[in-house]
Design a protein around this ligand. Sequence first.
Ligand code: CA
Length: 436
Amino acid sequence: MSTNIYPQRRQMLFDTLPVGSLVVVPSGSEQVRNRDTGYSFRAQSDFYYLTGFDEPDSVLILCKTADEQQCRICLRPKNPERETWDGLRLGIDAAPSHLQVDSAHDIGELDKLLADWLANKAYLWLSFEQSSDWTTRLLPIIGQLKRRIRQGVEAPKGIHDLDGLLHEQRLIKDSVAQLGLTQAAQVTVAGHVAAMKATAVGRYEYQVQAALEFECRTQGAARQAFDSIVAGGKNACILHYHENNSLLRDGDLLLIDAGAEIDGYAGDCTHTFPINGKFNKAQAALYDLVLAAQQAAFAVIRPDIPYNLPHQEAVKTLSQGLLDLGLLQGDLNSIIEQESYKPFYMHQTGHWLGCDVHDVGAYKQQGNWRPLQTGMALTVEPGLYIAPDNTTVAEQWRGIGIRIEDSVLVTPTGYTCLTAGLPRKRSEIEAWMQKA
Ligand code: CA
């Protein structure tokens, strides 16, 4: 991974900041799981994106004045005893050259330092999404500054939302982000292949989950990008199912939505296939329909189309198919207008993808769906979910849940599918399962 990318990303952010700005970007702190055991730590994505550093209790501070810009890091000092228990720390002396910042400081001094650094800054920038405890921490410091007004000190006039600047920057993937997403996608696909191999009637969902996550970790994933969904049969109708503790039954489908995290970037891919290797008639009809909806969504992806167009195309295909199969009645336009497909398709056809699986960046601008741009990454994931207790449809359809999801990167001429490599056509899946 290019070590120069982090100063470049910070410079891009500096360029969008007005003179007189101070930016606070925290890594976050370890969270207690139970008693003296913590959850495994992962730095906040904004912080990691700008530093490539993943120690808890670190804070990046950017200062921009008319004369200079300063990039500072506050972090935990070296502590041989704590390091023996909890792991090595970078430490203050090594941080400036290692992280390519202007200076490094003891995190314990942060409040005092901020009182100095905030003086005469008109704009204080914080993530509004993550900042509730930081506003409580910073307001007294601003209060102190205001009491020094007779000494000629000026305090910030307002706290501004960093998300609008930084998240727009994160939305367009630079070369390092593209590489991270590509690798995460490839490892994710390998995980899905391992999961298919591990699937058999009579196994449990968690055993398939273990095979998938084993493969991802073996190939270098730091962790999964989100809790794996391994949903056999009607469990697939629960969109965020992750109990993953049911028996895999003959005649059911298995829906797996999972992704590896590599270098801070998320993979995200969903695959649905028959546990016994053969689709029944109802499953086959719905699977072909979801795949057709995904193809319809793919067909329109290129720069300058509105973000929502792939979703509209998927909805049109799904609605027409549900009409043809007799799951919906009426006329296509009114089904779409009245959203009567929603009992079977209740989510959007995708989301931004990046450091976070549901990545940052606005979807609309001035009330309109924003146009896609080269360098944006998103998922394309139509699905159909026929609730097991939906008595308005024939029994054969009930309890079938299908989603097909790929991650794509928008290119100047269209898109690149990052998660290519899984058997997707029904015939390909059945042939693959037969061979395995
Ligand atoms: Ca997903």
